[in-house]
Design a protein around this ligand. Structure first.
Ligand SMILES: Nc1ncnc2c1ncn2[C@@H]1O[C@H](COP(=O)(O)OP(=O)(O)OP(=O)(O)O)[C@@H](O)[C@H]1O
Length: 744
């Protein structure tokens, strides 16, 4: 990341007073005006110092340069110093060895490319040898034999001399004809002898081979002869051997191609061109090109024309990566991949082979577009993961949680708003775990989440107090350390809170607000004491996942989203102008996303894959590890969290109210309660209409909730006024109760 230094005007040195030592620290060489120099009105007075700027145009008049003179001074006016001269020659000197020979990563890339290229070629031809080339050779060999024997016949009979002899006949030149005939007879005689002897030798060799040679030699000879005849008989327009159609295209890039692309994209004009501050060279599985745009054009302009540039280079847009260069706004660094690197799966997670992980250290999460490993760290931060469905949001978040699971000293709290099978196996290790938002078997998972987050909030506050009270030799900087976090007596383990599909909880009609407040608090305050929050959502918009929560996440990971605006919502405003746009990812880019805020560099991560079976095997190992270390706790250890049964009715009524139902008839609520928990509410549902309402009113009275007349529609569609409850009353009562619990 770059630091932008702003200069405080008030801190500028007072140049009018100083005349000696300060010159050494100023950015420009200073020169004192001599007394005899003419001083124009308003100019610096004699004795003052002025900065001699490198841009000579400021001193045009002084230097005698008049209007209309060329802007660039002629070279001979400013002879280069020896150091300039040497620097220019240093730049111009070609290197003895090309870069790819000297740099280990480029050497490795070339080696990889060569292996891939030649193994593909060999495989291609090896497959075609028996099923394409051999039948073709066999088919063409009779024609080859015919062509060969006619060629021999023409040679023996000196057929090439025939046109000349015929010309002598037509010219009735008897002398010439006799000379040519004699020459032909001599040739034919000699060639006939050679042909007969060769034929005889050939026949004897063939018979000898047939009689005494081992069968492999015979076969080899027949194959060789057939191949030769097959080649001779092959039609000239149809080559016998196909060219290997290698699936990847590797173009040699040249400055002409790049200039063409920039011109076609309208980023420069034909005569202006672009500058190449560095030679085009290989970089991993692609090309690195650095260009300087014409003055006035910026990186943002190039970014906006990315597709046009890709078209100009004649590659897919997914192969083109543009990075800004901090040295100049008009400098653009391009990486042009040989093929779409994001469609290449990064492979299975190395966690499968890991016996344990130290969550204090970065752990492998994936690779970037060039195949370099990307390490993740959840220390001191919260992470937001966003994407459209089925892009790998859960899998990528789960790989992080798996790393946490393999550190037996990390406490895991896992809630999945969708109740999918993806997180079930975490029950083996998770301190608190819950699935979905619908109560089952008398347990409301949303209540569970609220309870877990409250427990955590209390823990976080407690950690702040205790860390500041710990003796200096244990806690020298007032911060959590690996030793403190692993000390079971201190009970401050690193904690990872995972809330997948967080929007389901945030939109809960009753608990949504409480969940939001708790998550905002934890995402903002908890990372500093070792409690990291990882929320993922497929709906990052303000309604489903308000910005007050999103903004608390220091790190963001966006897999494919629908538009650059949504990408900015996940990654943070301004990400698009930095070149980060997750809407450019394709459907085929599963598990691939843009990561921002986890380290100084933002970029692409192709996350490693851990499917359900892999996750299960890692978690089985993680549980065994925790059992050995004695760190299994909470739900995974079978410790039942404090259950608040006293106000079950409040929880249950909250659970049966729909998201958009402001007022619901008491009878309807009782029927729904009976569906939710027939044992507890079955008898209420059996009561007649008015009695049902009375029963509910009596049950809710201790919480200050009254039932009122509520307008609604019966099943037949008619309007009616009956007793009912307002959702807001229930929300207020639940919030009040939660506050009391938290205070306790
Ligand atoms: N790193 C990866 N490499 C290859 N394929 C992956 C990777 N991550 C996920 N996938 C594939 O993408 C599919 C969808 O992944 P996942 O369930 O994580 O998506 P999701 O965004 O959470 O979807 P939903 O929102 O429906 O839960 C997986 O079944 C898997 O086949």
């Amino acid at each position: 990341m770059s630091e932008i230094h702003t200069i405080d005007q008030s801190e500028e040195p007072d140049l009018t007073e100083t005349s000696e030592e300060t010159a050494a620290v100023l950015p420009f060489p200073l020169r004192k005006k001599t007394q005899d120099e003419p001083t124009a009105p308003g100019e610096v007075k004699p004795g003052e110092w002025e900065a001699e700027l490198p841009d000579d145009t400021a001193d045009e008049d002084d230097d005698g340069v008049s209007e209309g003179d060329p802007v660039d001074p002629p070279r001979e006016k400013y002879p280069p110093s020896i150091s300039e001269w040497m620097e220019a020659h240093d730049k111009a000197r070609p290197t003895v060895l090309p870069d790819w020979v000297k740099l280990p990563d480029q050497r490795a890339a070339v080696r990889k490319w060569a292996v891939r290229h030649y193994s593909t070629m060999v495989g291609y031809h090896a497959l075609r040898l028996p099923c394409v080339y051999t039948p073709k050779l066999l088919a063409y060999s009779p024609r080859g034999a015919w062509r060969w024997s006619t060629a021999v016949g023409r040679w023996v009979s000196d057929a090439e001399g025939l046109p000349v002899r015929l010309a002598a006949v037509r010219a009735e030149d008897a002398g010439e004809y006799l000379k040519l005939s004699r020459q032909r007879d001599a040739r034919v005689k000699l060639r006939s002898v050679i042909a007969t002897v060769s034929g005889f030798v050939g026949l004897v060799a063939a018979l000898t081979l047939y009689v005494i040679a081992p069968s492999w030699l015979l076969m080899l000879s027949v194959a060789a002869l057939t191949s030769v005849l097959g080649f001779a008989g092959a039609p000239a327009d149809r080559p016998l051997i196909d060219r290997a159609k290698v699936t990847f295209r590797r173009r040699k890039l040249s400055s002409d191609i790049i200039t063409r692309a920039f011109t076609a994209a309208g980023l420069t004009v034909k005569d202006q061109g672009i500058a190449f501050p560095r030679p085009i060279g290989r970089d991993g599985d692609g090309w690195r090109v650095v260009v300087d745009l014409p003055y006035g054009k910026s990186f943002a302009d190039a970014l906006a024309k990315r597709k046009a540039l890709a078209s100009g280079i004649d590659i897919a847009a997914t192969q083109l990566f543009l990075d800004p260069d901090l040295s100049s706004e008009r400098r653009v660094s391009m990486w042009i991949a040989d093929r779409d690197p994001l469609a290449v799966p990064s492979g299975r997670t190395p966690l499968l082979g890991a016996t344990r992980v130290d969550f204090w250290q970065p752990f492998p999460w994936g690779v970037d577009e060039r195949g370099n490993p990307v390490m993740a760290s959840m220390l001191w931060l919260s992470l937001l993961v966003g994407a459209v469905p089925r892009q790998g949001k859960t899998f990528s978040a789960r790989t992080i949680a798996l790393a946490a699971a393999l550190d037996p000293h990390v406490r895991l709290i896992v809630f999945d708003g969708k109740a999918s099978p993806d997180w079930r196996a975490f029950a083996k290790v998770a301190h608190r775990i819950g699935f979905g938002i619908v109560p089952r078997n008398g347990v409301d998972p949303v209540e569970q989440l609220v309870a877990a987050l409250m427990e955590l909030k209390a823990d976080v506050e407690d950690r702040y107090h205790r860390l500041s009270e710990l003796p200096l030799h244990i806690c020298p900087e007032g911060k959590l350390t690996p030793e403190i976090s692993r000390d079971k007596k201190l009970n401050m383990p690193l904690t990872l809170v995972v809330v997948d599909e967080v929007q389901e909880y945030l939109q809960h009609p009753v608990h949504g607000k409480t969940v939001l407040e708790l998550l905002v608090y934890l995402a903002r305050v908890a990372p500093a004491v070792g409690v990291s929050v990882m929320n993922s959502t497929q709906k990052p918009d303000d309604t489903a996942c308000p910005s007050v929560l999103r903004d608390q996440h220091q790190a963001r990971f966006s897999l494919r989203v629908g538009s650059w605006q949504v990408s900015d919502v996940v990654l943070g405003a301004g990400s698009y102008s930095e070149g980060l746009d997750a809407s450019r990812l394709l459907k085929s880019h599963k598990g691939v996303g843009l990561l921002k805020g986890m380290s100084d560099e933002a970029g692409i991560v192709r996350t490693y894959l851990a499917d359900g079976r892999d996750a299960d095997s890692v978690l089985t190992r993680a549980r065994a590890l925790r059992e050995d270390e004695g760190t299994l706790s909470g739900d995974a250890a079978g410790e039942v969290a404090a259950v608040h049964n006293g106000d079950a009715i409040l929880t249950d009524v909250a659970a049966v109210l729909g998201r958009k139902e402001d007022k619901v008839w008491s009878e309807t609520v009782v029927d729904r309660l009976a569906d939710l928990n027939p044992d507890a509410y079955g008898e209420w549902a059996a009561l007649e209409g008015r009695a049902k309402a009375d029963q509910l009113a009596a049950a809710l009275k201790p919480y200050g909730i009254k039932t009122d007349q509520v307008w609604g529609k019966t099943d037949s569609g008619k309007g009616a006024n009956r007793r009912g409850i307002e959702r807001q009353h229930i929300i207020d009562a639940v919030t009040e109760r939660n506050k009391k619990r938290a205070a306790k």
